[in-house]
Write a protein that binds this ligand. Sequence first.
Ligand code: AOF
Ligand code: ZN
Length: 354
Amino acid sequence: PSTSVAPADFTPHDQLLMRRALDLAVLGAHTARPNPMVGCVVADAAGRVVAEGWHEQYGGPHAEVNALNRVPAAVDLGQCRVYVTLEPCSHFGKTPPCADLLIARGVRDVVVCNHDPNPLVAGRGLQKLREAGIRVRTGLLEAEGRWLNRRFFTVQEQNRPYLILKWAESRDGFVAGPNAQPVPISGPAAKMLVHRWRTEEQAIMVGTRTALNDNPQLNVREWPGPNPVRLVIDRSLTLPATHHLFDGAQPTVVYTNKEQPDRDNLSFVTVPAQQPLLPAILDDLNERRIQSVLVEGGPALHTMLLEAGLWDEIRVLRSQHVRIGAGGVVAPPLSLTGLREHRVIGPDELFVFG
Ligand code: AOF
Ligand code: ZN
């Protein structure tokens, strides 16, 4: 992410402490969702950290609560500054408002990274603090915070999950061989990375042809972390029931034109043939509170999403040594703009756009 310029009234030490709060927030990566990742640091008048906390668990205490609970009794909170990566909440949700807690505990100085777009908060937390006479400053490392919680912000602001398109292509730009024959493309390090990506998103999606040709498991094997929910499009229910996707090993949602009763870990969502498929899928994912989807292909699904402008990030792994040759399945077209990251991973290159 581009480094946001700190407004003039923030010192390098303020930045350091907010960076620490962002690092703490990340510790909730797999467990806070669909809530945002939030970190909080309490520093004394000399700028020394006296307590830290983060939002560890969905439904559990917020970052501020965890941090304030760890402040030693001898510390005067009126002399401290609280750094929190998200606007303290103002609502009674699963927990009482953090703004009220900060006020009650006598905090006088708060620095915030991002505003909370949640309509239940949306500025009211900051307002509460200011009305209590607390010094409140916002926007420190704003770009970093938005990047960290890009899934949460996308859902709140666009009412759809954050969409990551991922594919691996050969040196000559193919994703599969002639007749859609699966061809191993990425090396072991890139494969490990893809499994890590699977732990980071709530769902993973494939189109019909990929499901049919590759018989993918879409689970996490090479990295510690949770399995994503599997999503597959199978309009006329022609995929073989013996394929891994239907093994019941992981929650799986099938989008189809047909009516089909749910069975263990397998839900069928009927989208009538005349109804646009993508909006129906995104609405369903919203209802399931799925904030992000890793779309692992194939090119037909990717192209459909690209043409609809429905994507936030594209991650391409390009092999430097696998050549498929004429007649393969061509990778989706990619204009080489908006390159955010380029990395070498063993025999593969990673290009991230978005
Ligand atoms: C904070 N600090 O650490 C977090 C906040 O259902 P609840 O009560 O847990 O509220 C969830 C909402 O609270 C979430 O959607 C977001 O707006 C805010 N998250 N706020 O003050 C935190 N995680
Ligand atoms: Zn809160």
